[in-house]
Design a protein around this ligand. Structure first.
Ligand SMILES: O=P(O)(O)O[C@@H]1C[C@H](O)[C@@H](CO)O1
Length: 297
C-alpha cells in the first residue's frame, strides 16, 4: 500500500498524541536492533508507551524486539527510544515501518542513532565487534523498493534525497573518540548492506555482497535512515556483528536468530556505554538545537 494523504495526516495525529502524553521534548532518537533492547533501559524519567497503544503505530512481531517507545533523559539529553523496530520482511510496507521516523521529525528530533545486528563478510571482523556504519548499500532500494516511493509530502522533504552524506561524519568521529576512551578494542568501521530478509543469505549472495563492497549484511536500518535523511535528521549507524556470514559451501554451520540474540545480550553493556557516552558528549547546538529544554513549556 502506498502512502495516501490520510496516512500523511496520521503522522500529525500520532505526534500530537505522544506530545500530549509526555512532558519531554526529545531531540535524539535511538532505535534498538535485535538483541539490543537493553539500550532502552538506560533512559531515565521515562514515559513508556506500548506500540499497540499508540495510534497508527505498527506492531513488532520479531523475538528480541519488545515493542515499546520510551521518552526520557539519557545522560543529560532528552531522547526517544524505540525498544524494537519494524522490518520489511514482517510484511510492513516500507512507508509504514518508517512511520515512527516521520513522527520523530515532527516531534523535533535532530539526530538519530540506529543500531542493528548483522553478519560479517569482512574476514578481519570478529563476532562481538561493533561496526560504525561508514555507509550502506541498499539492495532493496537498488531493485525498486524504497520508503520514499509514492506520494511525496513536501512538508517532510524533497522528492529526490541525496544520500552521499547519509551518516554524519562528526558522529562517526565522536564514536571513535568515545570508543577509544572506553578502551574498546572491538571497533570497526565499514559498509552495511541491507537485504530484504527474512532468509539469511546463500553462499553465492554473500560472495556477491563482498565483491560489491559490503563488510556486513543486515535486514534493517536503511529504510529508517533514508526517511530520516529526507526529513533532515542527522544519522549515526552502529552494527553489532552477531555472526559470520557463511562463505563456504562445504560447511554445515548455519546462521540463526538465537545466536544473534545471544551476542546482543553479551555486548549489551558495551553498546549501552558507547551510546550513553556519545549522547553525553554531544553538543546539541551544533545540530541546530537552540532550546535544549527537556520539558514542554
Ligand atoms: O533489527 P535488526 O536489524 O537488528 O535485526 C537483525 C536482522 C533480522 O531482523 C534479525 C536476524 O537475526 O536480526
Amino acid at each position: 500500500m502506498l502512502p495516501s494523504r490520510s496516512m500523511l495526516n496520521d503522522i500529525d495525529t500520532t505526534t500530537q498524541w505522544l506530545l500530549d502524553r509526555t512532558r519531554h521534548r526529545p531531540k535524539i532518537a535511538i532505535i534498538c536492533g535485535s538483541g539490543l533492547g537493553q539500550l532502552a533501559e538506560m533512559v531515565e524519567e521515562a514515559d513508556v508507551f506500548n506500540y499497540k497503544d499508540i495510534p497508527n503505530f505498527p506492531v513488532t512481531t520479531v523475538v528480541g524486539h519488545k515493542g515499546r517507545l520510551l521518552i526520557g533523559i539519557l545522560n543529560g539529553k532528552c531522547c526517544v527510544c524505540m525498544q524494537g523496530r519494524f522490518h520489511s520482511y514482517e510484511g510492513h510496507h516500507m512507508y509504514k515501518l518508517t512511520f515512527p521516523v516521520r513522527v520523530f521529525a515532527k516531534m523535533g528530533i535532530k539526530l538519530m542513532f540506529a543500531t542493528n545486528a548483522c553478519g560479517s563478510l569482512n574476514p578481519s571482523y570478529n563476532v562481538g565487534d561493533l561496526m560504525i556504519m561508514r555507509d550502506h548499500i541498499n539492495l532493496p532500494g537498488l531493485t525498486g523498493l524504497s520508503p520514499l516511493v509514492g506520494l511525496n509530502d513536501e512538508r517532510f522533504g524533497a522528492r529526490f534525497v541525496a544520500l552521499s552524506t547519509a551518516y554524519e561524519r562528526k558522529l562517526k568521529t565522536l564514536a571513535k573518540e568515545v570508543a577509544k576512551n572506553l578502551g574498546y578494542n572491538f571497533i570497526q568501521e565499514g559498509v552495511y548492506m541491507m537485504q530484504f530478509g527474512p532468509c539469511f543469505e546463500t553462499v553465492a549472495e554473500c560472495k556477491m555482497a563482498r565483491t560489491m563492497g559490503a563488510d556486513v549484511m543486515g535486514m534493517s536500518t536503511v529504510p529508517e535512515v533514508t526517511v530520516a535523511r529526507q526529513c533532515g535528521i542527522r544519522c549515526f549507524g552502529l552494527s553489532l556483528v552477531t555472526n559470520k556470514c557463511i562463505i563456504d559451501e562445504n560447511t554445515d554451520v548455519v546462521a540463526n536468530h538465537e545466536e544473534v540474540l545471544e551476542i546482543g545480550r553479551m555486548r549489551s553493556k558495551d553498546t549501552q556505554n558507547l551510546v550513553y557516552a556519545m549522547t553525553g558528549a554531544l553538543d546539541l547546538e551544533e545540530y541546530g538545537v537552540t532550546n535544549n529544554n527537556h520539558e514542554k513549556v
